[in-house]
Write a protein that binds this ligand. Structure first.
Ligand SMILES: [Mg+2]
Length: 150
């Protein structure tokens, strides 16, 4: 058996073990965080669970700019504390815009910001995940948000 065949076999079993969570629905995400490291962590988690495309933005203003050319976005994950435009203001801008108001938003908060989650929910956030989070928690929040939790 050649190494190519082995690799294909491994990929097949990997996909099966992941349960093909999103079953190739061409899911596209926007991840907004001023920390490049955090963006990469979240993007990797999303790709691991089947995200097709993950677009990154560094703050709320950048998020609005990226959305203009992003095409279809299924879920937005946004940090709370960011320069230029924070996550809550970004959320409010989205909810005030007919083009974006229906995109579900997951707030990514720190433990200290957890008490503010209610404010974000009132402003239209669909869900939240508190840092530090595990890949499993992020995955279940995304699934909940997409309405595909099992
Ligand atoms: Mg931040």
């Amino acid at each position: 058996m050649g190494s190519d065949a082995l690799n294909v076999g491994n990929l097949d079993s990997l996909e099966k073990s992941l349960g093909a969570v999103f079953e190739r629905k061409d899911l596209r995400f926007l991840v907004v965080d001023d920390s490049g490291t955090m963006r990469r962590i979240i993007a990797k988690c999303l790709k691991d669970i089947g995200a097709d495309t993950v677009i990154e933005a560094a703050d709320g203003i950048d998020g609005l700019v990226k959305l203009k050319t992003a095409g279809k976005i299924d879920v937005i994950l946004t940090d709370w504390n960011m320069p230029n435009m924070n996550g809550l203001d970004f959320l409010k801008k989205l909810k005030a815009d007919a083009a974006y108001k229906d995109i579900p938003v997951i707030m990514v908060t720190t433990e200290a910001e957890k008490s503010s989650v209610l404010e974000a929910i009132k402003a239209g956030a669909k869900n939240y995940v508190a840092k530090p989070f595990t890949a499993d928690v992020l995955k279940s929040r995304v699934e909940q948000t997409l309405g595909i939790s099992k």
